[in-house]
Design a protein around this ligand. Structure first.
Ligand code: ZN
Length: 357
Protein backbone atom coordinates (compact mmCIF):
# COMPACT_ATOMS: atom_id res chain seq x y z
CA UNK A 1 0.00 0.00 0.00
CA UNK A 2 1.00 3.57 -0.55
CA UNK A 3 -0.66 6.94 -1.05
CA UNK A 4 -3.67 7.10 -3.35
CA UNK A 5 -3.43 8.97 -6.63
CA UNK A 6 -6.26 11.30 -7.62
CA UNK A 7 -8.09 8.66 -9.65
CA UNK A 8 -7.96 6.27 -6.70
CA UNK A 9 -9.28 8.88 -4.24
CA UNK A 10 -12.20 9.60 -6.52
CA UNK A 11 -12.97 5.93 -7.19
CA UNK A 12 -12.79 5.21 -3.44
CA UNK A 13 -15.53 7.81 -2.87
CA UNK A 14 -17.74 6.57 -5.70
CA UNK A 15 -17.22 2.91 -4.70
CA UNK A 16 -18.33 3.59 -1.13
CA UNK A 17 -21.52 5.22 -2.42
CA UNK A 18 -22.18 2.14 -4.56
CA UNK A 19 -21.36 -0.34 -1.79
CA UNK A 20 -23.50 1.34 0.90
CA UNK A 21 -26.59 2.72 -0.85
CA UNK A 22 -28.72 2.71 2.31
CA UNK A 23 -26.32 4.83 4.34
CA UNK A 24 -24.44 6.93 1.80
CA UNK A 25 -25.01 9.04 -1.26
CA UNK A 26 -22.62 10.42 -3.87
CA UNK A 27 -22.53 14.21 -4.09
CA UNK A 28 -21.45 15.75 -7.40
CA UNK A 29 -19.72 19.03 -6.67
CA UNK A 30 -21.08 21.72 -9.02
CA UNK A 31 -17.78 23.07 -10.34
CA UNK A 32 -14.94 21.24 -12.06
CA UNK A 33 -11.40 22.14 -10.93
CA UNK A 34 -9.38 24.68 -12.91
CA UNK A 35 -8.07 21.82 -15.11
CA UNK A 36 -11.56 20.38 -15.53
CA UNK A 37 -11.70 17.54 -13.00
CA UNK A 38 -15.02 16.68 -11.37
CA UNK A 39 -15.18 16.55 -7.56
CA UNK A 40 -17.15 14.07 -5.48
CA UNK A 41 -18.19 14.04 -1.85
CA UNK A 42 -20.05 11.47 0.19
CA UNK A 43 -23.11 12.09 2.34
CA UNK A 44 -23.22 9.58 5.18
CA UNK A 45 -26.29 8.94 7.29
CA UNK A 46 -29.09 6.40 7.72
CA UNK A 47 -31.84 9.03 7.48
CA UNK A 48 -32.85 11.27 4.56
CA UNK A 49 -30.71 14.37 3.91
CA UNK A 50 -31.59 17.26 6.19
CA UNK A 51 -33.08 15.12 8.99
CA UNK A 52 -30.25 15.78 11.43
CA UNK A 53 -27.50 18.29 12.12
CA UNK A 54 -24.55 17.90 9.80
CA UNK A 55 -20.76 17.86 10.03
CA UNK A 56 -18.83 18.72 6.85
CA UNK A 57 -15.28 17.35 6.59
CA UNK A 58 -12.90 18.32 3.80
CA UNK A 59 -9.32 17.40 2.88
CA UNK A 60 -6.80 17.50 0.07
CA UNK A 61 -6.92 21.30 0.02
CA UNK A 62 -3.16 21.81 0.18
CA UNK A 63 -1.70 19.62 -2.53
CA UNK A 64 1.40 18.38 -0.71
CA UNK A 65 -0.46 17.30 2.44
CA UNK A 66 -1.09 13.93 0.84
CA UNK A 67 -2.40 11.88 3.76
CA UNK A 68 -5.44 14.09 4.36
CA UNK A 69 -7.29 12.30 1.54
CA UNK A 70 -6.50 8.87 2.97
CA UNK A 71 -7.61 9.97 6.44
CA UNK A 72 -11.05 10.98 5.14
CA UNK A 73 -11.51 7.99 2.82
CA UNK A 74 -10.76 5.61 5.70
CA UNK A 75 -12.95 7.60 8.11
CA UNK A 76 -15.92 7.23 5.75
CA UNK A 77 -15.21 3.57 4.99
CA UNK A 78 -14.75 2.66 8.67
CA UNK A 79 -18.10 4.15 9.70
CA UNK A 80 -20.04 2.67 6.79
CA UNK A 81 -18.54 -0.78 7.21
CA UNK A 82 -18.98 -0.89 10.99
CA UNK A 83 -22.58 0.34 10.78
CA UNK A 84 -23.51 -2.32 8.24
CA UNK A 85 -21.77 -5.07 10.24
CA UNK A 86 -23.25 -3.81 13.51
CA UNK A 87 -19.81 -3.64 15.09
CA UNK A 88 -17.77 -1.03 16.89
CA UNK A 89 -14.46 0.49 15.80
CA UNK A 90 -11.01 -0.07 17.28
CA UNK A 91 -8.10 2.30 16.67
CA UNK A 92 -5.25 1.08 18.85
CA UNK A 93 -6.20 2.04 22.41
CA UNK A 94 -9.22 4.13 21.37
CA UNK A 95 -12.38 2.18 20.66
CA UNK A 96 -16.04 2.86 20.00
CA UNK A 97 -18.99 0.60 20.63
CA UNK A 98 -21.46 -0.56 18.02
CA UNK A 99 -24.03 1.66 19.72
CA UNK A 100 -21.82 4.71 19.29
CA UNK A 101 -21.27 3.95 15.59
CA UNK A 102 -25.01 3.39 15.12
CA UNK A 103 -25.84 6.71 16.80
CA UNK A 104 -23.45 8.61 14.52
CA UNK A 105 -25.21 7.35 11.38
CA UNK A 106 -28.73 7.42 12.85
CA UNK A 107 -28.58 10.83 14.54
CA UNK A 108 -26.03 12.81 12.58
CA UNK A 109 -25.34 13.64 8.95
CA UNK A 110 -21.77 13.64 7.65
CA UNK A 111 -20.57 15.15 4.40
CA UNK A 112 -17.04 14.01 3.52
CA UNK A 113 -15.12 15.69 0.66
CA UNK A 114 -11.64 14.09 0.67
CA UNK A 115 -10.08 15.79 -2.37
CA UNK A 116 -10.87 19.49 -2.78
CA UNK A 117 -7.81 20.20 -4.97
CA UNK A 118 -7.26 17.35 -7.47
CA UNK A 119 -5.10 19.39 -9.89
CA UNK A 120 -2.70 20.33 -7.10
CA UNK A 121 -2.45 16.76 -5.76
CA UNK A 122 -1.69 15.42 -9.23
CA UNK A 123 1.06 18.03 -9.69
CA UNK A 124 2.47 17.32 -6.23
CA UNK A 125 2.50 13.56 -6.80
CA UNK A 126 4.01 13.70 -10.30
CA UNK A 127 6.08 16.91 -10.69
CA UNK A 128 6.77 18.94 -7.53
CA UNK A 129 6.19 17.13 -4.22
CA UNK A 130 6.13 20.41 -2.25
CA UNK A 131 3.37 22.03 -4.36
CA UNK A 132 0.68 23.56 -2.11
CA UNK A 133 -1.74 25.65 -4.20
CA UNK A 134 -4.20 24.82 -6.97
CA UNK A 135 -3.00 25.07 -10.60
CA UNK A 136 -4.81 28.22 -11.69
CA UNK A 137 -2.67 30.07 -14.27
CA UNK A 138 -5.03 33.07 -14.53
CA UNK A 139 -2.82 35.52 -12.60
CA UNK A 140 0.52 34.09 -13.79
CA UNK A 141 1.04 36.13 -16.96
CA UNK A 142 2.51 32.96 -18.47
CA UNK A 143 5.18 32.66 -15.74
CA UNK A 144 5.12 29.09 -14.34
CA UNK A 145 6.46 30.42 -11.02
CA UNK A 146 3.29 32.49 -10.58
CA UNK A 147 0.75 29.68 -11.11
CA UNK A 148 -1.75 28.74 -8.41
CA UNK A 149 -3.88 30.12 -5.59
CA UNK A 150 -3.76 28.99 -1.96
CA UNK A 151 -7.33 27.72 -1.59
CA UNK A 152 -7.13 28.11 2.19
CA UNK A 153 -6.55 31.86 1.84
CA UNK A 154 -9.28 32.35 -0.78
CA UNK A 155 -12.36 32.34 1.50
CA UNK A 156 -14.26 35.51 2.34
CA UNK A 157 -12.92 36.33 5.79
CA UNK A 158 -10.89 39.56 6.22
CA UNK A 159 -9.70 39.01 2.64
CA UNK A 160 -8.46 42.61 2.34
CA UNK A 161 -5.65 41.97 4.81
CA UNK A 162 -3.86 45.27 4.14
CA UNK A 163 -6.93 47.07 5.52
CA UNK A 164 -7.93 44.56 8.19
CA UNK A 165 -4.56 44.00 9.88
CA UNK A 166 -2.21 46.20 11.87
CA UNK A 167 0.83 47.13 9.73
CA UNK A 168 2.92 45.51 12.47
CA UNK A 169 1.04 42.20 12.15
CA UNK A 170 2.41 39.46 9.92
CA UNK A 171 -0.55 37.40 8.75
CA UNK A 172 0.56 34.40 6.72
CA UNK A 173 -1.07 35.46 3.42
CA UNK A 174 0.11 37.20 0.25
CA UNK A 175 -1.26 39.14 -2.72
CA UNK A 176 1.77 38.14 -4.82
CA UNK A 177 0.99 35.21 -7.19
CA UNK A 178 4.54 33.87 -6.84
CA UNK A 179 4.01 33.32 -3.11
CA UNK A 180 3.16 29.99 -1.47
CA UNK A 181 0.19 31.60 0.32
CA UNK A 182 -1.17 33.67 -2.58
CA UNK A 183 -4.78 34.50 -1.77
CA UNK A 184 -6.06 34.97 -5.34
CA UNK A 185 -7.50 38.11 -6.92
CA UNK A 186 -10.72 38.14 -4.88
CA UNK A 187 -12.62 35.95 -2.36
CA UNK A 188 -13.93 32.74 -3.93
CA UNK A 189 -12.11 33.40 -7.21
CA UNK A 190 -11.32 29.65 -7.38
CA UNK A 191 -13.77 26.85 -8.30
CA UNK A 192 -12.26 24.59 -5.61
CA UNK A 193 -13.09 27.16 -2.91
CA UNK A 194 -16.58 27.72 -4.33
CA UNK A 195 -17.25 23.97 -4.14
CA UNK A 196 -16.64 24.05 -0.37
CA UNK A 197 -18.93 27.07 0.02
CA UNK A 198 -21.55 25.23 -2.02
CA UNK A 199 -21.48 22.30 0.42
CA UNK A 200 -22.10 24.63 3.38
CA UNK A 201 -25.01 26.24 1.49
CA UNK A 202 -26.42 22.93 0.21
CA UNK A 203 -26.42 21.40 3.71
CA UNK A 204 -27.93 24.23 5.77
CA UNK A 205 -28.05 22.08 8.90
CA UNK A 206 -24.24 22.05 8.97
CA UNK A 207 -23.16 22.79 12.55
CA UNK A 208 -19.55 21.62 12.43
CA UNK A 209 -16.84 21.99 9.79
CA UNK A 210 -13.43 20.28 9.86
CA UNK A 211 -10.63 20.96 7.34
CA UNK A 212 -7.90 18.30 7.48
CA UNK A 213 -4.33 19.59 6.98
CA UNK A 214 -0.75 18.77 7.98
CA UNK A 215 1.46 19.12 9.90
CA UNK A 216 1.98 20.10 13.59
CA UNK A 217 -0.24 17.75 15.68
CA UNK A 218 -2.80 20.44 16.52
CA UNK A 219 -6.58 20.80 16.53
CA UNK A 220 -7.26 24.44 15.68
CA UNK A 221 -10.41 26.38 16.56
CA UNK A 222 -11.47 29.91 15.53
CA UNK A 223 -10.21 32.61 15.29
CA UNK A 224 -7.15 32.92 13.08
CA UNK A 225 -6.87 36.72 12.84
CA UNK A 226 -6.33 37.58 16.50
CA UNK A 227 -6.71 36.31 20.02
CA UNK A 228 -10.22 35.41 21.18
CA UNK A 229 -12.23 37.38 23.74
CA UNK A 230 -15.81 37.04 24.96
CA UNK A 231 -16.37 40.42 26.65
CA UNK A 232 -16.60 43.08 23.92
CA UNK A 233 -18.86 42.17 21.00
CA UNK A 234 -17.93 45.42 19.19
CA UNK A 235 -14.43 44.10 18.57
CA UNK A 236 -15.28 41.92 15.60
CA UNK A 237 -14.21 41.29 12.02
CA UNK A 238 -17.18 43.23 10.60
CA UNK A 239 -16.44 46.46 12.49
CA UNK A 240 -14.33 48.82 10.38
CA UNK A 241 -13.54 50.94 13.44
CA UNK A 242 -10.92 48.28 14.14
CA UNK A 243 -9.36 48.18 10.69
CA UNK A 244 -5.55 48.33 10.75
CA UNK A 245 -5.59 47.02 14.31
CA UNK A 246 -5.95 43.25 13.98
CA UNK A 247 -3.36 40.51 14.16
CA UNK A 248 -0.96 41.68 16.87
CA UNK A 249 -0.73 39.50 19.99
CA UNK A 250 -1.01 41.15 23.36
CA UNK A 251 -2.47 44.48 22.19
CA UNK A 252 -5.94 45.98 22.83
CA UNK A 253 -7.75 44.26 19.94
CA UNK A 254 -9.01 40.69 20.20
CA UNK A 255 -11.66 38.98 18.06
CA UNK A 256 -15.07 38.50 19.70
CA UNK A 257 -16.17 34.91 20.26
CA UNK A 258 -19.26 34.38 22.47
CA UNK A 259 -18.34 32.37 25.54
CA UNK A 260 -20.74 29.52 24.76
CA UNK A 261 -19.17 29.06 21.30
CA UNK A 262 -15.67 29.30 22.74
CA UNK A 263 -16.57 26.66 25.32
CA UNK A 264 -18.25 24.34 22.79
CA UNK A 265 -15.31 24.62 20.38
CA UNK A 266 -12.83 23.93 23.16
CA UNK A 267 -14.68 20.84 24.36
CA UNK A 268 -14.90 19.37 20.85
CA UNK A 269 -11.24 20.12 20.10
CA UNK A 270 -10.23 18.50 23.39
CA UNK A 271 -12.40 15.47 22.66
CA UNK A 272 -10.74 15.11 19.25
CA UNK A 273 -7.30 15.21 20.93
CA UNK A 274 -8.42 12.68 23.56
CA UNK A 275 -9.47 10.29 20.79
CA UNK A 276 -6.11 10.73 19.05
CA UNK A 277 -4.07 10.28 22.20
CA UNK A 278 -5.81 7.03 23.14
CA UNK A 279 -4.59 5.30 19.98
CA UNK A 280 -0.83 5.27 20.73
CA UNK A 281 -0.17 8.34 22.83
CA UNK A 282 0.32 11.15 20.31
CA UNK A 283 -0.41 14.42 22.16
CA UNK A 284 -2.23 16.80 19.81
CA UNK A 285 -2.77 20.33 21.09
CA UNK A 286 -6.16 22.09 21.04
CA UNK A 287 -5.67 25.81 20.37
CA UNK A 288 -6.96 28.70 18.29
CA UNK A 289 -5.65 29.21 14.78
CA UNK A 290 -4.04 32.51 15.84
CA UNK A 291 -1.93 30.67 18.38
CA UNK A 292 -0.30 28.82 15.46
CA UNK A 293 0.11 31.98 13.34
CA UNK A 294 -2.15 34.86 12.20
CA UNK A 295 -4.18 34.19 9.06
CA UNK A 296 -7.14 35.41 7.03
CA UNK A 297 -9.25 33.89 4.29
CA UNK A 298 -9.16 30.41 5.83
CA UNK A 299 -11.96 27.87 5.73
CA UNK A 300 -12.59 27.44 9.48
CA UNK A 301 -12.91 31.18 10.17
CA UNK A 302 -15.09 31.59 7.07
CA UNK A 303 -17.38 28.74 8.16
CA UNK A 304 -17.89 30.22 11.61
CA UNK A 305 -18.11 33.85 10.39
CA UNK A 306 -20.99 33.13 8.02
CA UNK A 307 -23.74 33.41 10.62
CA UNK A 308 -22.35 36.69 11.92
CA UNK A 309 -22.05 38.21 8.45
CA UNK A 310 -25.52 36.94 7.42
CA UNK A 311 -28.19 36.29 10.05
CA UNK A 312 -30.01 33.87 7.71
CA UNK A 313 -27.15 31.40 7.83
CA UNK A 314 -26.78 28.76 10.54
CA UNK A 315 -23.97 28.75 13.05
CA UNK A 316 -21.06 26.45 12.14
CA UNK A 317 -18.21 25.76 14.55
CA UNK A 318 -15.04 25.64 12.42
CA UNK A 319 -11.95 23.48 13.02
CA UNK A 320 -8.65 22.67 11.29
CA UNK A 321 -6.76 19.46 11.99
CA UNK A 322 -2.98 19.61 11.53
CA UNK A 323 -2.00 15.93 11.55
CA UNK A 324 1.54 14.59 11.71
CA UNK A 325 4.82 16.07 12.87
CA UNK A 326 8.03 17.50 11.50
CA UNK A 327 9.78 14.13 11.39
CA UNK A 328 7.24 12.76 8.94
CA UNK A 329 6.78 16.08 7.17
CA UNK A 330 4.21 16.25 4.39
CA UNK A 331 4.91 12.72 3.10
CA UNK A 332 5.55 10.32 5.97
CA UNK A 333 6.72 6.87 4.84
CA UNK A 334 3.54 4.86 4.27
CA UNK A 335 3.78 2.65 7.40
CA UNK A 336 4.00 5.82 9.48
CA UNK A 337 1.14 7.40 7.53
CA UNK A 338 -1.02 4.39 8.36
CA UNK A 339 -0.49 5.14 12.05
CA UNK A 340 -1.35 8.82 11.47
CA UNK A 341 -4.57 7.71 9.71
CA UNK A 342 -5.58 5.66 12.75
CA UNK A 343 -4.76 8.55 15.11
CA UNK A 344 -6.80 11.14 13.22
CA UNK A 345 -9.73 8.86 12.41
CA UNK A 346 -10.04 7.98 16.10
CA UNK A 347 -10.08 11.72 16.83
CA UNK A 348 -12.71 12.38 14.17
CA UNK A 349 -15.00 9.58 15.40
CA UNK A 350 -14.58 10.87 18.97
CA UNK A 351 -15.48 14.35 17.70
CA UNK A 352 -18.69 12.97 16.12
CA UNK A 353 -19.62 11.06 19.27
CA UNK A 354 -19.09 14.23 21.31
CA UNK A 355 -21.50 16.27 19.16
CA UNK A 356 -24.29 13.84 20.10
CA UNK A 357 -24.20 14.24 23.88
ZN1 ZN B 1 -2.60 22.81 4.80
Amino acid sequence: MTYLNITEVDSAVTSLATAYPATSELIDLPEPSVEGRAGHALRIGATPAGTHDCAVLIGGVHAREWGSCEILVHFAADLLEAYEAGTGLVYGGTSFTGDQVRKILDELELVVFPLVNPDGRLYSQTVDPMWRKNRDPAQSGGDPDRIGVDINRNYDFLFDFRTAFDPAAAPRVSDDPSDLVYQGPRPFSEPETRNVRWLLDAYPRTRWFIDVHSYSEDMLTVWGDDENQSLDSAQNFLNHVFDHRRGVPGDAYAEYLPKSDADDSKVLAEQFCTGVQGVRGRAYTPMSGFQLYPTCGTSDDYAYSRHRADEHKGKILGFTVEWGDQRGGFHPPWPQMERDVLDVDAGLVQFCVSTLV
